[in-house]
Design a protein around this ligand. Structure first.
Ligand code: SF4
Length: 300
């Protein structure tokens, strides 16, 4: 923490006296969100998520950007308390440690990992820009690595997420993870970025790691500081083109599902996006029956 080299930026900042690097994060691991998520890659949900604040990237469209990009957000981690909440939660398949970027708080993340029962999968949800040193420290810890490959070129990554030398860092992270863990690559299709971002990501995956599955998300929502071309949802034609590209390249897709949630309808949280679509993060059985009913189309 006195000379941090946890992420690919390897800036050497001293985090013990306050936020100093691009991650805007000091040496204290803070949790800004914790709870069960029912929607996600089918074999991982329901999953208990622990979200740590602080991120080395600054994606303009980040759904949780207000908290996740603020290293001071949330409350300091109490590993035993988190471990106890995981232990008493029922029906889980996995525990997901995410950020921001969890690598920024590798020490705290490992404290959580140490408390995950062996009966559950430990999922490491990452933006895939860890340093080589951090990757070495993580060896043998996650069962599944859920890694974002967001941008297909350095220009978009620099402009939208303030991350230099992005593509090289992600490719080398993915190669490392593919050798040692179960890897799922996630890509959120961004409006207007099919040819510059999704296509190069999909082509690289098909060429370099054809057995690694892709979790493709087309339900982009403009959030946080989304501007310009990012201030809208994807058009139906863009979603169709993305699906067509996946088929043409023969990329293997991971199915998503909404797992059965708790019986309390008060847990449901819905909103309506600018195209009039009803959106939900999780669903009680009552809501699930509506979402799975006639006329409903599930968009991830
Ligand atoms: S996590 Fe990255 S950006 Fe933050 S201090 Fe460490 S090396 Fe620098």
């Amino acid at each position: 923490m006195r000379a941090c080299r946890l992420c690919a930026l390897r800036c050497g900042a001293d985090r013990t006296s306050g936020p100093a690097g691009a991650c805007r994060t000091d040496a204290v691991t803070r949790v800004f969100h914790e709870g069960i998520e029912w929607a996600g890659e089918s074999e991982l949900v329901p999953t208990y998520v622990v979200s740590l604040s602080g991120c080395n990237m600054a994606c303009a469209f980040c759904l949780t950007g207000g908290a996740s990009q603020d290293g001071r957000a949330g409350t300091p981690l109490d590993g035993d308390a988190v471990g106890e909440r995981i232990r008493v939660a029922t029906g889980l398949r996995s525990v997901t440690i995410l950020g921001g970027e969890p690598t920024v708080h590798l020490d705290g993340a490992i404290e959580i990992a140490a408390r995950v029962p062996r009966s559950l999968l430990l999922v490491w949800k990452t933006n895939a820009t860890a340093s080589a040193e951090a990757l070495r420290l993580l060896r043998g810890i996650p069962d599944v690595v859920l890694a974002d490959f967001k941008f297909g070129n350095d220009r978009c990554a620099g402009r939208i997420a303030s991350m230099p030398d992005y593509v090289g860092a992600v490719r080398s992270n993915l190669r490392a993870w593919a050798r040692r863990s179960r890897l799922i690559v996630r890509h959120l299709v961004m409006p207007g970025h099919l040819d510059c971002c999704f296509r190069p990501v999909a082509e690289w995956l098909a060429r370099e790691m054809p057995r690694v599955p892709l979790s493709l998300m087309t339900g982009y929502l403009p959030a946080h500081r989304a501007w310009g071309e990012l201030a809208r949802t994807n058009r139906a034609a863009e979603c169709r083109r993305a699906a067509e590209l996946v088929r043409t390249l023969g990329v293997h897709l991971v199915p998503w599902r909404i797992a059965r949630g708790p019986s309390a309808a008060s847990q449901d949280e819905l909103w309506i996006d600018p195209r009039g679509r009803v959106c939900a993060d999780s669903a009680s059985p009552a809501l699930l029956s509506v979402l799975n009913g006639p006329g409903a189309e599930l968009v991830i």
